[in-house]
Design a protein around this ligand. Structure first.
Ligand code: MG
Length: 232
């Protein structure tokens, strides 16, 4: 029986468009203003230095602070998963969420089912390539209010890449339940494959333009997920 539901965010609880059409543009629009207002912030300076070091290593080129800022904006457009960019995005988004300019998108079918699972005694967790900080911001200031009390764990790529079996083994150790009692929800087949190889149960959310998997059970929304999860 399923005791724990681990869910992806983008394409699963949340529209992929929210990230690409709301969050990334928000960062691109507000980053320079953020830098101007927080020039002395140590967290900012450290990420600028990390960006300079990466460019030095990869391109053998020394860049100044302004060039580092332009590099970070270019990486945003490339959706590069650089730790410095992730930390800075988190800081800029935090201001946006706190100001009420950003609200985390959650599909309407998600909150009632999460609440139902929680009431039934299941534990819930998140595994997303977005940083744990960004995950908490999204769920704390969501379209449906603060959903963070529902979750007992947040995992990001600190446990490993989402397409690698070892990541799910690390998560299983952190959760402390047998792998076959954990259900992983995602829109991406390769992530589900890796989770299954670690012994997890799997279920693919097929929303928007997601291509249905032939290898995993599929569901169009969380209500159907809940029905399928009962039979696992
Ligand atoms: Mg996804």
């Amino acid at each position: 029986m399923i005791q724990y539901i681990l869910t992806d965010i983008e394409g699963t609880t949340t529209s992929v468009n929210f990230v690409y059409e709301v969050l990334f543009p928000y960062f691109s629009t507000h980053f320079k203003d953020f830098v101007a207002r927080h020039a002395e912030l140590e967290a900012l300076k450290a990420q600028i230095r990390a960006t300079q070091e990466t460019v030095q290593t990869e391109q053998n080129r020394a860049i100044n602070e302004n060039e580092a800022i332009e590099q970070l904006l270019a990486w945003t457009l490339e959706d590069r998963k650089h730790p410095a960019l992730k930390i800075l995005q988190g800081l800029v988004w935090q201001e946006g969420y706190q100001a009420g300019s950003l609200k985390g998108h959650i599909y309407t079918d998600v909150p009632p089912v999460l609440a139902q699972w929680k009431e039934a005694g299941k534990a819930l967790g998140i595994y997303s390539s977005g940083s744990v900080q960004a995950q908490k911001l999204l769920f704390a200031s969501s379209d449906f209010g603060d959903l963070t009390p529902l979750f007992s764990h947040y995992f990001d790529t600190a446990v490993g890449n989402k397409r690698e079996v070892a990541s799910y083994q690390n998560i299983q150790q952190a959760i402390g339940l047998p792998a076959d009692q954990i259900l992983f929800l995602s829109d991406i087949e390769q992530e589900l494959d890796a989770a299954r190889s670690a012994g997890f149960q799997t279920l693919q959310l097929v929303r928007d333009k997601t291509v249905p998997s032939q290898k995993h059970a599929t569901a169009p929304n969380f209500a159907v997920c809940a029905e399928i999860a009962q039979s696992l």
